[in-house]
Design a binder for this molecule. Structure first.
Ligand SMILES: CC(C)(COP(=O)(O)OP(=O)(O)OC[C@H]1O[C@@H](n2cnc3c(N)ncnc32)[C@H](O)[C@@H]1OP(=O)(O)O)[C@@H](O)C(=O)NCCC(=O)NCCS
Length: 311
């Protein structure tokens, strides 16, 4: 088995075994070109030499993508797929080792990945390779956002840099922040919100941090994202141009604060020129968030485990 960087010509062969990977299909066809040209990472494939009628020929039997996070301290592992005919032969393990070697070469000290709570094989694979769960997340994808009632009491607002100390103080004491592993989501990657770095200030400057509270105390924080990018829900609606408004971190000390933050998001969604056809919410698994989301009539779409390992 040889692990090597993917070549352009591998795409066709790879896509043949990346069709029905999950019950909803797969997304490798939508990300291959992006991953292939990733300047901050590598798309790897595993190549197996087969002997057929005494003739040797090689086939590409697996792939994975690794990328270096902007803080350069963490590598993100994703898209591990092994052709069903080649599973349980340590192919995925070899890909993981290759991605970790890449991370070490880049000076990273941690590797992370996300796995669906339903994907037991992948969880066992991660654990077998020394990864541990540092955080559990709920993911909601809400299509018909127009039906969501807006009852904001306007106790929420877009944060400004004046609020940063209070926000840091809130997060430092927040059980939700602790349970999130100190991370937020961007394009299906979980990034650290290091309170002593510029991450939070950058998010605030980009008007991506919402808070619930007043000048004296904060009771909830949400981080939002308006970027348009690929998301796997497009697969089911077959619409690659859909716009998703996202809540990529959700934290509150009570249900009221949380519901008010969600209502405030609805105001933002309806006040913008862009038409959003879905709201996606990524929330650390906390009871408050589940209750608040259920009260908006939203059913949880999926649960994810965030894995991390020192490398
Ligand atoms: C999950 C997947 C990548 C594993 O690939 P693989 O090459 O078979 O994995 P490995 O052979 O390296 O397995 C390493 C260890 O993981 C565990 N493991 C892997 N697949 C398992 C399974 N189906 N059941 C139980 N344990 C499993 C085992 O501990 C295994 O070691 P062992 O075979 O010595 O017992 C493969 O099943 C796959 O492509 N699944 C569909 C796509 C997917 O789920 N990708 C991950 C998305 S996060």
């Amino acid at each position: 088995m040889k692990i090597r960087p993917a070549a352009k010509a591998d795409k066709e062969e790879v896509l043949k075994f990346c069709i029905d990977t999950f019950e909803w299909g797969d997304y490798i066809d939508q990300v291959w070109d992006l991953w292939y040209s990733d300047q901050a990472g590598f798309l790897f494939v595993a190549e197996e030499e087969d002997s057929l009628n005494d003739k040797k020929q090689s086939s590409v039997v697996a792939l994975s993508h690794v990328s270096l996070c902007p803080n350069k301290n963490n590598v993100w592992l994703e898209g591990i797929r092994v052709n069903p005919n080649y599973r349980r032969r340590c192919v995925a393990t070899q890909l993981i080792n290759k991605m970790i070697s890449y991370g070490r070469e880049q000076g990273a000290s941690k590797a992370s990945a996300i796995v669906s709570e339903k994907n037991i094989a992948s969880q066992l694979m991660m654990e077998r390779n020394g990864f541990i769960v540092i955080s559990k997340w709920n993911y909601y994808s809400i299509n018909n956002i127009t039906r969501m009632v807006n009852k904001a009491k306007l106790g929420s607002k877009v944060a400004t840099l004046k609020d940063i100390e209070m926000i840091c103080d809130y997060l430092r004491h927040s059980e939700v922040f602790k349970s999130s592993g100190g991370t937020y989501v961007n394009s299906w990657k979980w990034y650290p919100i290091n309170l002593y770095s510029s991450v939070l200030a950058d998010l605030i400057e980009n008007k991506k941090v919402l808070l619930h509270g007043n000048n004296n105390s904060i009771e909830g924080i949400a981080i939002i994202n308006r970027d348009r990018h690929w998301n796997k829900d497009n697969k089911s609606c077959n619409n690659s141009n859909s716009n998703a408004f996202q809540i990529v971190y959700l934290d509150a000390s009570n249900v009221f604060a949380l519901k008010d933050l969600i209502s405030f998001v609805m105001i933002l969604i309806h006040s913008e020129d862009v038409i959003y056809d879905r709201l996606q919410v990524y929330s650390p698994q906390i009871t408050y968030a589940s209750i608040a989301m259920e009260q908006t009539g939203t059913i949880r779409s999926e649960e994810f485990l965030l894995y991390r390992r020192e490398i």
